[in-house]
Design a protein around this ligand. Structure first.
Ligand code: DMJ
Length: 603
């Protein structure tokens, strides 16, 4: 407020003194007084800012606000208001692709929150897996705030739902998620483990590890669990912890859990069923999925974890299963070059011709590129399929809206386009950018630009709501752009995909606007989703008093908070040159590029 007042004084002072030309002595005296007043105000603010800096809370919130105001007042003394953040240290640049992308981004970027970026080669021998503070005090403050949010989410879960799958933060009880069977299987514990570790929450990590050691036993669950969900959250989470710590407990639990899923693969095609009862091996598909079909985003999202598991256990069975799935897919004709979302595991026929990078399709595309990366470039089949699939998606599904010129990815239903994007589909902005950086044959400029534009569209989907949180789906019609059309599209369940793309784009381009967008989202989550016992999804992103859905999804701790934390960390922390994130944000090491790969030759 003081700064706004100062900003208002300056122009008035200049205006009054010039045209009226008062007597020299009076003018001088008034000038001196005003000047003293302005300088005094600036000195007070600077002193106040510095004084409050060590006091993590208030002072830095104020710094945030000051910074915003500074942006607004522009040149009028702006530099005096805030200390210039120290230059960023050690932004990695070992990979040539990264350097190329980075300098391109620098040309285009309009710095919004300061902090220059100087490429310095990372040390490949010492992957940074915790710490990683950013030199910019604003980023350090934001990161501390995200860590506090993680503590709050965790505490609520520990207090009211320990051992259950998820927390109901409003009614303060546990929630058994169904996708993990009827028994409580501690999904939040396993999903959150690596976030706790990366954030340096050691006590919390230790209590979580103890639960894994004493209680985690998916192999004996007597009800149906989702093969996909168990893989990405449990197997992925445990493997990430094994890589990060070298603690064999995590590897052994990952193996035990993945073994419990293997009966689902016993089909004529090798395409697994969606659900399995671990204790009996009975497997089946969802009744609603196109005539008993398996789902592309589910059976196509196993490769990273299963292949890595084979490498660290020396047991080839896991890799064999997923390679069979891939070989089956690679043999099939794709209608119009697009992969339909359903495939029958017995007949090997496609189901309904519905293609989407949102629900039912999304992470299949993600894993094609990422498994090629994770395998250190070994899995060429994955890269080839990625190039083909994304080439056709880019040609046929990427569209631009009429009024605002927003780029989005449409869906295809039979031969008809549907101009709708799911929140889930927003990961694709980051994926385009990753392909631009890593795929040697990608059209770098085009893919990077698509990554930027689609991410900007997803940001619009947040910015155009009352809460500044994005809806579950948004549309592009004559009436609306990047807005939900139906009431049932308006909910936000703490999903990560938009923030995930901000994170990837920030890492690959260095454009500070992604950090600002991430911070906007974090503040909105804090304002509308935080409740006394944790964080809850909301039912209407357009209501300023939204009703809570009373679920704290485990992916909020695994993904949303982790990506936010990394967004405000130094880029050396879990460098994208050494790690690749599975679809649940669990970091897996890149073979040949990461000392923590921990391959075993046994078996
Ligand atoms: C997560 O479990 C994963 O990101 C998955 O790939 C998609 N859905 C949720 C988050 O929205």
């Amino acid at each position: 407020m003081k700064i706004e007042a100062a900003g208002a004084i300056l122009p008035r002072f200049i205006k009054r003194s010039v045209p009226s030309s008062p007597p020299r002595s009076r003018c001088k005296c008034r000038e001196r007084n005003l000047l003293l007043l302005v300088l005094g105000t600036f000195a007070l603010i600077c002193f106040g800012t510095i004084f409050y800096l060590p006091d993590l809370g208030e002072g830095l919130w104020r710094l945030e606000r000051l910074k915003r105001v500074q942006k607004r007042v522009g040149d009028v003394g702006g530099d005096l208001l805030l200390p210039v953040p120290p230059p960023a240290r050690g932004r990695p640049g070992a990979a040539e692709d990264r350097r190329r992308l980075y300098s391109k981004a620098q040309e285009a970027a309009v710095p919004a929150s300061g902090g220059s970026v100087a490429p310095v080669p990372p040390d490949p021998l010492h992957p940074v897996i915790s710490g990683g503070e950013d030199p910019d005090p604003v980023m350090r403050f934001r990161r501390r705030k995200i860590k506090e949010m993680m503590r709050h989410a965790w505490k609520g879960y520990v207090t009211y739902a320990w051992g259950e799958d998820e927390l109901r933060p409003v009614s303060r009880r546990g929630r058994s998620a169904g996708i993990f069977g009827r028994q409580a299987m501690g999904a939040t514990i396993v999903d959150a483990l690596d976030t706790l570790l990366i954030m340096g929450l050691e006590e919390e990590f230790s209590e979580a590890r103890l639960w894994v050691k004493q209680k985690l036993d998916l192999a004996h669950v007597t009800s149906e669990v989702s093969v996909f969900e168990v893989n990405i959250r449990y197997v992925g989470g445990l493997l990430a912890c094994f890589a990060l710590t070298g603690d064999a407990l995590f590897r052994d639990k990952a193996e035990e859990t993945a073994r419990a899923l293997l009966p689902a693969f016993d089909t004529p095609t090798g395409i697994p069923y969606a659900m399995v009862v671990p204790a009996t091996g009975r497997a089946k598909n969802y009744g609603w999925a196109s005539m008993g079909g398996s789902i592309l985003s589910e059976f196509g999202t196993l490769h990273m974890e299963f292949s890595y598991l084979s490498d660290v256990t020396g047991q080839p069975v896991f890799r064999e299963k997923v390679h069979r799935v891939r070989d089956q897919l690679a043999r099939m004709d794709t209608p119009g070059g697009l992969f339909p979302n359903y495939l029958h595991p017995v007949t090997g026929d496609w189901g309904q011709h519905h293609t989407s990078v949102g629900a039912l399709g999304d992470s299949f595309y993600e894993y094609l590129l990422k498994e090629w990366l994770r395998s250190g470039g070994d899995d060429r089949q994955a890269l080839r399929m990625f190039q083909l699939a994304m080439g056709n998606i880019t040609d046929r599904l990427v569209k631009t809206s009429d009024q605002s010129g927003l780029t989005f990815v449409a869906e295809m239903h039979r031969e008809r386009l549907s101009y709708k994007m799911d929140h889930l589909a927003c990961f694709i902005g980051g994926l385009y950018a990753l392909a631009a950086a890593k795929d040697p044959e990608a059209d770098t400029d085009r893919y990077l630009e698509l990554g930027r534009q689609i991410t900007a569209t997803c940001h619009e989907s947040y910015d155009r709501t009352a809460t500044k949180l994005g809806p579950e789906s948004f549309r592009f019609t004559d009436q609306v752009e990047a807005r939900p059309l139906l009431q049932q599209e308006k909910y936000y369940i703490l999903r990560p995909e938009v923030i995930e793309s901000y994170f990837v784009l920030w890492r690959l381009t260095g454009d500070p606007k992604y950090r600002d967008w991430g911070w906007q989202a974090a503040q909105a989550i804090e304002q509308f989703c935080r409740v006394e016992a944790g964080f809850s999804g909301i039912k209407d992103v357009d209501s300023l008093w939204p009703e809570h859905d009373d679920v704290q999804q485990s992916f909020f701790l695994a993904e949303t908070l982790k990506y936010l934390y990394l967004l405000f960390s130094d880029s050396e922390l879990l460098s994208l040159d050494q790690w690749v994130f599975n679809t649940e944000a669990h970091p897996l090491p890149i073979r040949g590029a990461n000392q923590l790969y921990r391959q075993t030759d046994v078996g």
